[in-house]
Design a protein around this ligand. Structure first.
Ligand SMILES: *Cc1c(COP(=O)(O)O)cnc(C)c1O
Length: 229
């Protein structure tokens, strides 16, 4: 078995164990393999091991991999910071965007989504407590942004995403994930049917599963440490 195939198996086992520990079904949790910085050969290796969904942070690098793997039936998610002048390539080549934090970007994605593709699935990125990265809208802005995005014709609002800072302690890791879960509950109570919580990375996926993650975004634990290839 290839190194990537066995890492994938180990990550799927971590997800299944965490799901069982917290009374959830592993089927509620999808694994997004974050292939940023890794060559397309690594994507092909993961694809041979049964992985279908991949995440990329950089537009040009992502589009190159989308085109190089066309025909394999892979599902590509854009998860990085998105400037409004780069939206067209994302609207044309990806099936999800997890990192929408401004209405202007959402409006452009909707206007640029090709008619022959299904609506683009989007998550609103929220800057929950303890996120040093300045990305994401403020929690108190999330409902209004969700409302506006849900009215855009070529987008399908799916849920919320967060990238909290790394924390070593399990209880501390759960805090921002719980905030995101509670925020989703408030937005659902306001009538918007969000089905997705995109949260959890290599170091904290168990805490994210404990708090209700439906997509975990895993790079290092599958492909290895970036910059140490
Ligand atoms: C790089 C990245 C990941 C994957 O992080 P790992 O710690 O390598 O698993 C997940 N989400 C986002 C937004 C990223 O930029």
């Amino acid at each position: 078995m290839s190194a990537i195939a066995s890492s994938l198996q180990a990550v799927r086992r971590r997800i299944a164990t965490a799901a069982r520990d917290f009374g959830r079904s592993p089927r509620e949790i999808s694994l997004l393999a974050v292939s940023k910085t890794w060559p397309v050969d690594c994507v092909l290796e993961a694809s041979s091991a049964g992985q279908r969904s991949f995440g990329e942070n950089y537009v040009q690098e992502g589009v190159t991999k989308v085109l190089a793997t066309a025909g394999l039936g892979l599902d590509w998610h854009f998860i990085g910071p998105l400037q409004s002048n780069k939206t067209r390539l994302v609207a044309e080549h990806f099936s999800w965007v997890h990192s929408v934090e401004r209405l202007k970007v959402a409006e452009r994605l909707s206007a640029q989504r090709p008619e022959d593709l299904p609506p683009l699935s989007v998550c609103i990125e929220v800057n929950v407590s303890g996120a040093a990265t300045k990305s994401g809208c403020k929690p108190e802005e999330a409902l209004e942004l969700c409302r506006a995005v849900s009215g855009l014709p070529r987008l399908k609002l799916r849920g919320l995403m967060a990238i909290p800072d790394a924390a070593d302690d399990f209880a501390a890791q759960r805090v921002p994930f719980r905030q995101l879960r509670e925020l989703r509950e408030q937005i659902r109570a306001a009538g918007l049917p969000l089905d997705t919580l995109s949260m959890g990375m290599s170091g904290d996926l168990e805490a994210a599963v404990a708090e209700g993650a439906t997509i975990v975004r895993i790079g290092t634990a599958i492909f290895g440490e970036r910059g140490h290839a």
